[in-house]
Design a protein around this ligand. Structure first.
Ligand SMILES: NC(=O)c1ccc[n+]([C@@H]2O[C@H](COP(=O)([O-])OP(=O)(O)OC[C@H]3O[C@@H](n4cnc5c(N)ncnc54)[C@H](OP(=O)(O)O)[C@@H]3O)[C@@H](O)[C@H]2O)c1
Length: 343
């Protein structure tokens, strides 16, 4: 829940939430915490066994076990056809209604030096991180905003005296490198930066539908920016990461995925469009907000003032990191690894 002064902008009790990447890591922890708050949850991933284990873990946290429902769908969400199938299956399971909230959490990283990256990884990173979000958003927004294929209005008459219906939410998952990238993250960071651009423009586009169709629930668009978490995903990226990139990351704050999920949900409850999950991500974010939503007048003012200070600090951070990379090249050569002297 939001603070006692603010209302909860992300009520989930009795609502249905679909989470891609919900079989492990951040997605699984978010799914469990949302079940503890009373949501019905559908998780999506590729591995069927992990999905079954995930549903068992999530359902153990149900707030009202008799009435909450849990489901899984096995799918690779990197294609538009599969995202459309997932949304159709979710609607069928949810008694004909689309899920109220969709959290696109699946993703992966292949952090290698640019010229050493197999070219197919550039496409794989965009598919895994960006297109999984773009296609899922496209499928679910069509279900929310267009009730039939001929483009007729999705409007349903409002109940007499009924208040506004709670907003629907689509949540993307970015990264620290959506805001500030560095040597070794070239294959990955563009895919996470693209998510932020999608989130910014889509959140503005949603005003069109809210104005034209006041009787359908408003759609809120968010991006969560997770801190570094010790997950299977991190283990996999560390297998290909160079010593140079590991050295540049030193001092990074590491948080367990359940803590990151808690912070993300708290940010969503307080109504943030862009949801940083650590202080360092929040600070860096303020310096690159540009035309992004700043979270209302007071939050926006604080973010803007903070951003001015951090902007100056970032000049020195860039200079320090450039110096580190130059020193590394002189000392260890261009492989990015300590053992090999040079290419
Ligand atoms: N871990 C970190 O330090 C960190 C930091 C910043 C941002 N993030 C971001 O946070 C999110 C979660 O990260 P994590 O570390 O929790 O990940 P993780 O432990 O690797 O879990 C990834 C989840 O996504 C699913 N998945 C992957 N590719 C998929 C695909 N093509 N189709 C459907 N499902 C797919 C995986 O299941 P299957 O493999 O069975 O499909 C799994 O459920 C990702 O978007 C990641 O980029 C992570």
């Amino acid at each position: 829940m939001g603070s006692f002064l603010s209302r909860n902008e992300f009520p989930v009790e009795g609502r249905t939430i679909l989470i891609t990447g919900g079989s492990r890591g951040l997605g699984l922890n978010a799914a469990r915490q949302l079940a503890e708050k009373g949501a019905n949850v559908i998780i999506v991933a590729r591995n069927e066994t992990k999905l079954q284990e995930g549903v068992a873990f999530i359902s153990q946290g149900a707030r009202t076990p008799g009435s909450q429902r849990f489901h899984h769908i096995a799918a690779d969400v990197t294609t538009s056809a599969e995202c459309a199938r997932v949304v159709a299956e979710a609607i069928a399971w949810n008694n004909g209604s689309p899920p109220d909230i969709v959290w696109c959490c699946s993703g992966s990283a292949y952090p290698t030096l640019y010229i050493d990256t197999p070219p197919e990884q550039f496409q794989a990173m965009m598919d895994s991180n960006y297109f999984s979000c773009a296609y899922m958003a496209h499928a679910v927004l069509n279900a929310w905003l267009r009730s039939n294929p001929d483009g007729a209005s999705p409007e349903t008459p409002a109940e007499p005296n009924a208040g506004p219906r709670p907003a629907r939410h689509i949540i993307f998952t970015g990264s620290f490198v959506s805001f500030y990238s560095f040597a070794g993250f070239t294959p990955y960071s563009p895919s996470k930066a693209a998510i932020r651009a999608l989130s910014d423009s889509l959140s503005q586009e949603m005003n069109l539908y809210a104005a034209a169709h006041p009787n359908i629930p408003r759609v809120r668009v968010h991006t969560v920016f997770p801190a570094t978490m010790p997950t299977q995903g991190l283990d996999e990226e560390n297998r290909v990461k160079t010593d140079l990139t590991k050295a540049l990351e030193e001092g990074d704050q590491i948080l367990e995925p359940d803590e990151v999920a808690r912070r993300a949900i708290r940010g969503l409850e307080s109504g943030e469009d862009l949801v940083p999950t650590s202080t360092i991500i929040r600070l860096v974010m303020t310096s690159v907000l540009g035309g992004s939503a700043r979270g209302g007048f007071w939050k926006g003012l604080v973010n803007t003032l903070l951003g001015w200070i951090v902007l100056v600090v970032m000049v020195f951070i860039r200079w320090e990191m450039d110096t580190k990379v130059t020193k590394w090249g002189k000392q260890h050569g261009s492989s990015g690894m300590i053992q090999q002297k040079s290419k």
